[in-house]
Design a protein around this ligand. Structure first.
Ligand SMILES: [Fe+2]
Ligand SMILES: [Fe+2]
Length: 208
C-alpha cells in the first residue's frame, strides 16, 4: 500500500465488512456527514440496481466507498494524485474536487481491498460519469446525485425523480444537462468525461 494511504489507517482495525469499515474509518477521521451520505448513496444505489437489473450488492458496496477520499483536502488532491501515479487532466488540476473520484477508487482498492473491477470503475467515475458507462456506473452516478450531501433537495431533483420512472440514462442526463447548459456561467471547466457522457446520452444531433 502506498505510504500516503497507509498513514491514514494506522491503528484502525478493518474487518473486511465494507459498511462497517467505512463507518469506522470516516468516524475515526472525523467525517460523520460523509458516513450519512455514503449510507444514503449505498441504499439508493441498491434500490436503483434492483430496479434496473444491476447487481444490488455491488451497487451498495460502491455507494459506501465512493467518497472515501473526502479525507484529503482539496489543496492536497493534486499532490496525492501525483503520488499515486494517477493521470491528471488539466480540468482536474484547476478544480481538484474533480479528482476525488479517482482517488476514492485507489483507496477502495488499496485500503478496503476491493478487487471487483465493476465496483472500482463505478467509484472512479461517480462524479462525472464517462462515455461507455456501464449500468452500474450510471446507477452509482444517479444515486449520488439523488442523495445530495447538502441541505434540502437539489434544483434538478424533481426532473430527475420523474426521469427515473423512464430510464436510468434519462435520469443521468438530467444532472449532466443541468451543468452542460450553463457551462459558460460556471466558475470551473466541465470535466471532459462529463461532456463525453452528455453527447453520448443526448443522442445524435438531428439534421436541420
Ligand atoms: Fe463524490
Ligand atoms: Fe457523494
Amino acid at each position: 500500500m502506498h505510504e500516503i494511504l497507509a498513514d491514514l489507517v494506522k491503528g484502525i482495525y478493518l474487518s473486511g465488512d465494507i459498511p462497517r469499515d467505512v463507518r469506522t474509518f470516516l468516524d475515526r477521521l472525523g467525517y460523520p456527514q460523509t458516513i450519512r451520505h455514503s449510507q444514503q448513496v449505498a441504499e439508493e444505489a441498491a434500490r436503483l440496481a434492483f430496479r434496473y437489473g444491476a447487481d444490488p450488492l455491488k451497487a451498495a458496496r460502491a455507494g459506501w466507498l465512493h467518497d472515501v477520499s473526502v479525507v484529503f483536502l482539496n489543496n492536497q488532491r493534486v499532490e496525492v494524485a501525483r503520488c499515486l501515479g494517477l493521470e491528471l487532466l488539466s480540468e482536474e488540476e484547476r478544480n481538484p474536487v474533480l479528482l476525488h473520484q479517482k482517488i476514492s477508487k485507489v483507496r477502495a482498492q488499496e485500503i478496503f481491498c476491493v478487487l471487483d473491477p465493476d465496483v472500482l470503475a463505478a467509484i472512479g467515475c461517480h462524479s462525472t460519469l464517462r462515455s461507455g458507462a456501464t449500468l452500474l456506473d450510471k446507477v452509482l452516478f444517479v444515486a449520488d446525485k439523488l442523495a445530495w450531501d447538502q441541505t434540502g433537495n437539489p434544483p434538478y431533483y424533481p426532473e430527475m425523480a420523474e426521469a427515473i420512472e423512464k430510464s436510468i440514462d434519462k435520469a443521468a442526463l438530467v444532472y449532466i444537462r443541468s451543468l452542460y447548459e450553463r457551462k459558460e456561467t460556471l466558475s470551473f471547466r466541465l470535466h471532459p468525461w462529463l461532456i463525453e457522457a452528455y453527447f453520448e446520452l443526448s443522442g445524435p444531433i438531428p439534421n436541420p
